[in-house]
Ligand binder design. Sequence first.
Ligand SMILES: [Zn+2]
Length: 165
Amino acid sequence: MADRQAVFQGSAPLSSFTRLEELVADCEGELQVRLEFGVHEEGIRQLTGEAKGIVKVQCQRCLDLMDFALDFQFHIGFAMHDEMATSIPRDLDPIVIRPDEQPNLQDLIEDDLLLAIPEFVSHPPDQCSVTTEFGDPETAEKVESDTSKENPFSVLEQLKDPGKQ
Ligand SMILES: [Zn+2]
């Protein structure tokens, strides 16, 4: 890998990230990526940049699909061995790679891509079709009294009645 600065800018189809496909409902779009190879002030080879894109994920509250905007940064520092990785500056995420190896950009991007999607994704409260807020006693009470109308015991009552006559 050259020590000179190199900039890579382009887009990659989101569907080319196979691990992402397992996480999201739809990855038809593209990921806009800007990567810059350079040297950290402490002499560490680094890869910095950013990526943006939109994936469809399932809202964990109403289970409808929603757009999730990916927008994340890369701060990768390359170490030649584990020992060196421990001395990578704190503002970089260490990746161990031998001097004769080329970093697999696809993998590096995907690692950060997966981290950019939180485990719990949901619509903002005012846009979600499930409006019940957790911990809102008024709403919770209302839901309870509504469901009591379809109390399964009322069915039992009807079954019992013919036996009495
Ligand atoms: Zn929702």
